[in-house]
Structure formats: structure tokens, C-alpha cells
Design a binder for this molecule. Structure first.
Ligand SMILES: *Cc1c(COP(=O)(O)O)cnc(C)c1O
Length: 367
């Protein structure tokens, strides 16, 4: 008996015909994508019999966030077009991803980050991959403005999500969800920062729909942190504030297309508080066994908020009466180990004990 095992080669290989690549494109891949869609039994129970909640765990990408999906395309195209360096502004994960893919492609990586405002794990990644990291005395929006100007005047390729190749790569996540569920989910919930990701998902769903690969489109529900919610408030935020550093952005680059995704899908973009985010963060780790960074928990905080408002039942009344299950996918954008400080702040630090068996057994209440 011969068994053929098909080797997974990353998102460009798997979704080649849907991406702006050709056989001439040198594919720079770390085998990103193919992330699990984990059934969340406890979340599903909380919502009720007719609901099924899934977690798209993007923290399992090679550098620990969904940014890798876009970066494989952006860096491969930069390489194809002869770039020698890439540049980005970052709240952390873009820089980690750009630096890893640049290292693999023998490109120089330049990163501008808001000083003191990115999680330790992400800074460590950019540095260890050999990036030139410049902390800017300002916020993300200041850093972003600078890299846009630099990339216009100097020979460096901008790999923030205004680079369309980033969006193209990131849309593969919606393809994977549809391939797994054999259709689009009824609702998709995700955090919104610079708004490239909601733009990418919506683009992916629409493409699959027009190809006839799915029957329906999901309702898109985006969540911003309360102190950093320009789209919800309707104006840029000068000094955005939130513990969820990955979505601490006051003037999103893809603002318009995020609103288009919201409106075309008849969805919403709303806020969650930092307290809601931490509550969801702890729920995910202690109840579902899935450890994410705070920004990612915004999607589950949003799920809880919408459940309280009766949003899903109201919105899916039609389906419910036909006793079909309603599928909700929450996007978990980044890994928990990115931001260990937040985890440690939210647990009781354990006290050391003497190496004494009896005492330890007693302490553990094993009898
Ligand atoms: C980048 C990022 C976001 C925000 O995505 P946008 O495309 O900027 O809206 C959310 N969570 C994590 C972990 C991220 O790295």
C-alpha cells in the first residue's frame, strides 16, 4: 500500500491562484497559516443550544500572530521586485513578523515602535531576528506617519497593512475558515486596530462567495478597546489608551474599508473595556485552555457583550426558527506568550515552599 502525504507549504502555496504571485515569485515562507479552528465548548454552552462557537487560533502562526499570513506575501513580493530592505511601524507583532521573514529573505528590516508601548515578547522577537529597531518618542500613529514618509523617499519597502500584499495574504484566514466549515460562519468577531485584518477577512469572504465556494457571507463584528476606539467614536483619538497594545491605534489606516466591511455585512464595530478584555482573557485561558494576548481576547469580550444584548438571537431569528445551528467564529489574533507581563499581573504569584513532602501534600489538599 502506498500512502501519499501531502506536504504543507504555507499560504502562498495553498492559495496560489487567489494571490498576486506567479511562478517567478521567490516564495519566502515559514509555513504560516493552516491554524486550528478550535471548537469552544464552554463558550458555546454559554450561548445556548443552537450556537456553536469556534476559535481561530492565529497565535499558532510561526511568529505568534496572524501578521505572518500577510508578511509571507509582502516579503516575497518585495524580494521579487528587488527590494533590499523592509520597513514598518508596529505595535509589536508586525515588527516581529517582518523581521523574521526579512531574515529568511536576506533583507534588512527596519522597525519604528512607540517607545515603551510594546509587549516584551514582541520587542525581543524583532531584536533577535536582527532588525534595526528604533523606539520613537511618540505613539503608533506617529511612528506610522514617519515610515510612510521614509518609504516614499528612500529605497525601502513599506510592509504595514496599507501594503496591499499584506491584505492579500491575510485574506487566506477566511478561506481556511470556509474550507473547514464548508461555508462561511454566520458571525465573525475580531479585534480592530489599524483595521487591515477586518478588511482582509471581508475581502476573502467576498471572493469565496463570488467563486461559489460558499453560500453566504458572515456578519462581521469588530471590537475596539474603549480608550482606543476611533471608528466607533467617529474621529481619530490623539492619545489612545488600552492594555491591549496590539489595538492601541488612534487613526486606523484602513478605516474606510473597515466601515465598508461592517456595513456591507450588516454587522457592527463596537467597544469593549479593558476590564472586559481581561475577563475574556482569563476565561479563554482557564476555561478553554487557549492562551492569547489581550488584544485577541477583545473578540471574546465582544462575544460576551453581544450575548448580553441578545444580539445573536435577534439577528438570527430567521435561521433559529428553522432549527439550524448558528456558527460564530472568534479570531484569536496573537499568542499569550507575547505579553507575559499581563499574564503575571493577573494571577496570584505563587509562594515558595520548603522541599518537604508532607507539607506540600497538605498544601495541595491532596488528602
Ligand atoms: C495587528 C494585531 C491586531 C489588529 O489588527 P489590525 O489589522 O491592525 O486591525 C489585533 N491583534 C493582534 C494580536 C495583532 O497583532
Amino acid at each position: 500500500m502506498s500512502m501519499k502525504i501531502e506536504e504543507y507549504k504555507g499560504v502562498i502555496d495553498r492559495y496560489f491562484k487567489y494571490l498576486p504571485v506567479s511562478n517567478k515569485t521567490p516564495v519566502i515562507s515559514l509555513l504560516e497559516g493552516d491554524t486550528p479552528l478550535i471548537p469552544a465548548y464552554k463558550l458555546s454552552n454559554q450561548l445556548g443550544k443552537k450556537f456553536e462557537v469556534f476559535l481561530k487560533y492565529e497565535g499558532l502562526n510561526p511568529t505568534g500572530s496572524f501578521k505572518d499570513r500577510g508578511m509571507t506575501v509582502a516579503v516575497s513580493k518585495a524580494k521579487e521586485q528587488g527590494s533590499k530592505a523592509v520597513i514598518c511601524a508596529s505595535t509589536g507583532n508586525t515588527s516581529a513578523s517582518a523581521s523574521a521573514y526579512a531574515a529568511r529573505a536576506n533583507l534588512k528590516s527596519i522597525v519604528l515602535i512607540p517607545k515603551g508601548a510594546i509587549a516584551l515578547g514582541k520587542l525581543a522577537q524583532a531584536l533577535i531576528h536582527g532588525a534595526c529597531v528604533l523606539p520613537v518618542k511618540g505613539n503608533f500613529d506617529d511612528a506610522f506617519r514617519l515610515v510612510k514618509e521614509i518609504s516614499q523617499d528612500y529605497p525601502v519597502r513599506l510592509v504595514n497593512s496599507i501594503n496591499p500584499h499584506r491584505i492579500e495574504g491575510q485574506k487566506t484566514a477566511s478561506f481556511e475558515i470556509c474550507d473547514a466549515l464548508k461555508d462561511a460562519p454566520d458571525f465573525q468577531i475580531l479585534p480592530v486596530g489599524n483595521a487591515g485584518n477586518i478588511t482582509a477577512y471581508w475581502k476573502g469572504y467576498k471572493e469565496y462567495k463570488s467563486l461559489g465556494k460558499i453560500r453566504k457571507l458572515p456578519v462581521m463584528c469588530g471590537f475596539q478597546a474603549q480608550g482606543s476606539a476611533p471608528i466607533v467614536k467617529g474621529h481619530p483619538i490623539k492619545n489612545p489608551k488600552t492594555i491591549a497594545t496590539a489595538i492601541k491605534i488612534g487613526n486606523p489606516a484602513s478605516w474606510k474599508s473597515a466601515e465598508a466591511a461592517r456595513d456591507e455585512s450588516k454587522g457592527l464595530i463596537d467597544t469593549v473595556s479593558d476590564r472586559d478584555i481581561i475577563e475574556a482573557y482569563k476565561f479563554l485561558s482557564s476555561q478553554e485552555g487557549v492562551f492569547v494576548e489581550p488584544a485577541s481576547a477583545a473578540s471574546v469580550a465582544g462575544l460576551f457583550k453581544l450575548k448580553k444584548l441578545g444580539y445573536f438571537s435577534k439577528k438570527s431569528k430567521f435561521y433559529l426558527s428553522y432549527s439550524k445551528t448558528i456558527k460564530i467564529v472568534c479570531i484569536l489574533t496573537g499568542h499569550g506568550l507575547k505579553d507575559p507581563d499581563i499574564a503575571i499581573k493577573n494571577i496570584k504569584e505563587p509562594k515558595a515552599v520548603e522541599p518537604d513532602l508532607k507539607k506540600i501534600v497538605k498544601l495541595l489538599k491532596l488528602k
